[in-house]
Design a protein around this ligand. Structure first.
Ligand SMILES: [Zn+2]
Length: 137
């Protein structure tokens, strides 16, 4: 189900809580919402749809991904880039990201996984993981 996007800065600055198995359906709504906004958005964190749980979703054709409780455990090759956030409209902010990251997370069956991501996918994961800690670019 597509959910409305939250733009309240104070709400977005709050840290999100660990997701549990009961939160699995939220991930699906989150992915539905990313797909709905695919013309301007490739990923979302759950607080962007009003739910303060550590869940992110990505849709970068052909890759689609829902991650519960993602933790970036390794990052390599820093670079500087500019990013926009759907929640903030057209504002561009300069950030430091890492080209290669390793992430521990739970998948859509809530099974623990560890995977490596590179380039744009890695960048989107870093942006959304920041949202979980209340950091908005
Ligand atoms: Zn954002």
């Amino acid at each position: 189900m597509v959910r409305p996007i939250v733009k309240d800065r104070l709400f977005l600055s709050l840290k999100s809580e660990e997701a549990t198995k009961e939160d699995l359906p939220i991930g699906k709504d989150l992915l539905d919402t990313v797909r709905h906004y695919s013309d301007c958005c490739v990923g979302l964190a759950a607080n962007s749809i009003g739910i303060r749980k550590r869940i992110i979703a990505l849709s970068l054709h052909p890759l689609e991904l829902i991650m519960y409780n993602p933790v970036i455990v390794k990052k390599e090759k820093p670079y500087t880039t500019t990013e926009k956030c759907l929640s903030l409209g057209e504002t561009e902010t300069t950030v430091t990201r890492y080209e290669t990251i390793e992430v521990e997370f739970r998948d859509t069956s809530f099974v623990k996984r560890r995977a490596e991501f590179v380039k744009l996918v890695a960048e989107v994961i870093q942006h959304e993981a920041d949202h979980l800690d209340g950091i908005v670019v």
